[in-house]
Design a protein around this ligand. Structure first.
Ligand SMILES: Nc1ncnc2c1ncn2[C@@H]1O[C@H](COP(=O)(O)OP(=O)(O)OP(=O)(O)O)[C@@H](O)[C@H]1O
Length: 262
């Protein structure tokens, strides 16, 4: 059963009079892989920036925690928002290249620990770190320096760092950019595995990937929600077809399916 993890109401981001996000409502539910799509400049990244505290906005973003009610995130500092369970990745993975996979995860898991305990060598990894290494498929690379991981593996490690940090809402910016077919497939399955208990939102340009793995889709255009629903709902929406086919944004075309990775 899906439960709501994040609710955005009437979000507006204004850059000197230009509304990059203009009255967006969005709900992210646990149990779903929710794709945010739209042509270049639609406002996808700015919306994620607002949710994570990097862009000032009006409106409301509330984090819903089962049993504890809703907490307003607007006005909170970036690290408070992260601590409230909102995790984010960027297109370029930001892992500690000289540390091993296990050390990267151990540090991400220890956000609340003192620097001294973080530095101390640990005889055994905490159970949650071991479980996440398994979940992200890097158990054979636990002692591999992150810097020599393949591109896809680095992305999975970064997602793993959000998981051990107890992110309940994961906002992923083009997680499959630069990945091969097998890595994309693995990533899609990983996202659904994660979404079993958390909310996952993916900003994406790759329409094949969206069709294969989206539980729900929100289409942004010019800072507003153009359409929302299932893959079929949005694919069959004439307004969505118009935006993708009737404008110059052909690099994001809905057809052919594999048109773009921005
Ligand atoms: N700091 C800023 N100052 C002014 N305008 C900005 C700023 N950041 C983004 N914009 C503008 O806001 C609009 C939305 O940009 P945004 O990056 O959110 O779009 P996007 O949907 O993520 O696009 P893409 O898919 O190309 O990444 C664009 O017109 C962009 O030029």
């Amino acid at each position: 059963m899906s439960t709501t993890a994040l609710t955005c109401k009437n979000i507006e981001v204004d850059f000197d009079g230009f509304k990059a996000v203009n009255g967006v409502d969005l709900t992210l539910d646990r149990g779903e892989v929710h794709f945010l799509i739209g042509p270049n400049g639609a406002g996808k990244t700015t919306l994620v920036d607002a949710i994570t505290g990097l862009a000032r906005y009006t409106g409301s973003v509330t984090k819903d925690t089962a049993g504890k009610g809703a907490v307003e995130l607007r006005g909170k500092k970036v690290h408070h928002i992260a601590r409230a369970g909102i995790g984010r990745t960027f297109q370029t993975a930001t892992v500690f290249e000289n540390l091993t996979v296990a050390q990267n995860l151990d540090i991400a898991a220890g956000a609340g620990r003192s620097p001294w305990t973080l530095l101390r060598r640990r005889a055994h990894l905490p159970a949650n770190v071991t479980a996440v290494i398994e979940q992200i498929g890097l158990h054979e690379h636990a002692d591999t320096p992150a810097g020599i991981l393949a591109h896809g593996q680095k992305q999975w490690l970064e997602i793993g760092m959000l998981l051990v940090g107890d992110a309940d809402v994961l906002l992923l910016d083009e997680p499959i950019a630069g990945m091969g077919a097998d890595e994309r497939e693995t990533t899609g399955r990983l996202l659904h595995d994660i979404a079993a208990t958390r909310a996952v939102a993916v900003v994406e340009h790759d329409m094949d990937f969206m069709r294969a793995f989206a539980s729900r889709v929100t289409v942004l255009h010019a800072g507003t929600v153009l359409a929302a629903g299932t893959v079929d709902d949005v694919s069959n929406d004439p307004r969505v077809q118009e935006v993708y086919l009737g404008t110059t944004h052909t690099e994001s075309d809905m057809e052919p399916a594999d048109a773009a990775t921005a």
